[in-house]
Design a protein. Sequence first.
Length: 462
Amino acid sequence: MFYSPRMSIRFAGMSPTSWRRVRWLMCAVLMGTSTPSFAWSDHTLGTWQALAVMPAIAQAPAVTVESLDSFLAAEDSGLAKLLVQEEEWDQHNVPDYPPRPQALQFQADGPAATRRQRFMTALRINPNCELALFLQMRPGTPPPPGSELPWTEVTTLRHDNTVRNDRFERLQQGESVAVLEVIATASGEPDDGLDIGLWEDNGTPYGRTYGFGKQPFGDPALEFSSQAPFHMGFYHESPIIYKAAGFLRRTYPEYRIHLYQSLAKFALQTRHPYWGWRFAGWALHYVQDLTQPYHATVLPGVSTVRMLWINAVDIGGWHGPKERAIRRVSNRHLALENYQYHRMREAYLHNNPDDALLRALRDTSKDAAQAPWSDTTPRRVVSHQAHAWAERTDRMLVQAVPAKYISDPDYVFEQTEPDIDLAAVLKTVPKKMQDEMTQLVSALMQHFGTQTRTFITSLAEP
């Protein structure tokens, strides 16, 4: 984004009313762009590939499946201490962190019948999640006979699963499963409802008690929109944007990453490897979300100056530029994810490990240059890299994807054509456009793979 000290001086003199209008514009844009907050569609597809080349995970001994109730019963005292320490860390290290109400603190001496619910409440996640024991199946692979788990037991979202056609295997306590499968399956779970309805204006009883306040952006009346502030990290915008829209600072993937990372370490150290790796997969989801440029940048392709110009003409009664900006960014966000999902799914269905996207996920050539994982990595490295790629991603989408899908203000992606498969569409366009899209998404998938392995290495090492 273009920004200069002269702009700062000029905009610093704007009236409070003008700043409120800019804030309103930013909120309106985010209401239009934050609802498609999957980041990468079906994280499990990417995690399988990224960790398949990591011997410490791919060749790890199988672990024993354990119910959450069993884990909590064995370790409630240690968990109570851990969650107190975690709350202290959050308050000192997560900017604009909303403290957990004291009444939600997990107590080790509480009744066994409410232990699971009290634990989920202390984590401030959706208490309606069943947290079933399951594995996600690879596309085209059916679950073993008699073991299929209905998708309604995996997610609290009541969307139509026919679009993705995911299938799941029910696990039983005591059976053995591969570590890779546990992590990969768990890396998709946060998109299945863990962060739904947590704000006080979402109309849920738990949202009114969790202490997060009102949803900072997005439409609180739309179910899936409510998870967006936990899955996006706007850490690298122009200072002028934060002045106009301070609510952008209220994004909390760092909180989720550190919480689940701490739980993973605790579970592994106390010899509960199934939950150790499942919590690791949960943390990994938010790390992977931050590799998506549209989750690390508010309006890729729109400069700070243009944002303020859009606001000015909207105030004057010309609403078209604002409406087009909202539609354009939303369509491009969704187009990128749609292409990634359908292309990767097709590669799995046709048993094609040499597909460029799958190869990029397994590409370890840049792993050695990556610094070891630290508490600052999500903000300082992962989201910073995605933000740096945002403008490039937007430009390349414009070059590679037919304008109908990403630049036509009358086209609403995945609504005008609900069953759109952009990977199939791009097979019909000139090869140059196909190659540009392949190169773009392959580069982003390499980022996904490298950050995935960097994070998991911090847990897999002795």
